[in-house]
Design a protein around this ligand. Structure first.
Ligand SMILES: Nc1ncnc2c1ncn2[C@@H]1O[C@H](COP(=O)(O)OP(=O)(O)O)[C@@H](O)[C@H]1O
Ligand SMILES: [Mg+2]
Length: 162
C-alpha cells in the first residue's frame, strides 16, 4: 500500500512497494495536473523515474509507444485536447546549453506538462519546477518524496490524496 504521511504539508512522502504503486501515484497526480505544469524527477538510475513518467503520460491519454527520451533528450506528445505533454531525460546531455536547441518555448501556451528526468544535468536552463519528485531505493521498494515549489505546485499537491 501507499502509506500517506504528513498530509497537510507541502512536502509529502510515500512508500511504494511495487512498480504498480509508483504508477498509481503518477496516475493520481496526473488526474489533478494543472496546465503548464513542470515536474522534475530526481533519483538514481533504476529508481523509477521513467516508470513514473510513463504512467503519468498514459494517464493524460497518451496512446501508443512511450519511448524513452534517453537519446533524443525530448519526446513530445499531443493530447486529445491539443495540448502538449513533453518528456525529457537530461542524463546524456553533454552540455547544459543543448537545452537551448530543443526550443522548449515552442510549447509556450500549449504545454500541459513538462516531465524532466535528471533535471540537475540541465543546470538551471529548464523552466522552474512546480513539483519536484525524488525516488530513492528503500528496501525492496521506493521512497517517493514530493516537494511543491510554487503556488501552482502547492495547490496541485493539496488537491488530491497523494
Ligand atoms: N516501487 C517501485 N517503483 C518503481 N519502480 C520499481 C519499484 N520496484 C521495482 N521497480 C523497478 O525498477 C525499475 C525502474 O526503472 P526506471 O523507471 O527506468 O528507472 P529510472 O528512469 O529512474 O532510471 C523498473 O524495472 C521497475 O520495474
Ligand atoms: Mg529513466
Amino acid at each position: 500500500m501507499l502509506c500517506m504521511s504528513d498530509t497537510n504539508s507541502l512536502n509529502k512522502h510515500v512508500h511504494s512497494d511495487t512498480p504498480e504503486h509508483t504508477e498509481n501515484m503518477a496516475i493520481a497526480l496526473a488526474s489533478e495536473c494543472p496546465d503548464a505544469a513542470v515536474l522534475y524527477l530526481y533519483g538514481a538510475l533504476g529508481a523509477g523515474k521513467s516508470t513514473f513518467a510513463r504512467a503519468f503520460l498514459r494517464a493524460l491519454g497518451v496512446q501508443g509507444a512511450i519511448k524513452s527520451p534517453t537519446y533524443t533528450l525530448l519526446e513530445a506528445y499531443v493530447l486529445a485536447n491539443g495540448q502538449d505533454a513533453v518528456h525529457m531525460d537530461c542524463y546524456r546531455m553533454a552540455q547544459p546549453d543543448e537545452i537551448d536547441y530543443l526550443a522548449l518555448d515552442a510549447f509556450d501556451g500549449t504545454m500541459k506538462v513538462l516531465l524532466v528526468e535528471w533535471p540537475e544535468k540541465a543546470a538551471g536552463r529548464l523552466p522552474p519546477p512546480d513539483i519536484e519528485i525524488q525516488l530513492e531505493m528503500a528496501g525492496d521498494g521506493r521512497r517517493i518524496g514530493m516537494r511543491a515549489v510554487t503556488e501552482k505546485g502547492r495547490n496541485w499537491l493539496n488537491s488530491g490524496s497523494f
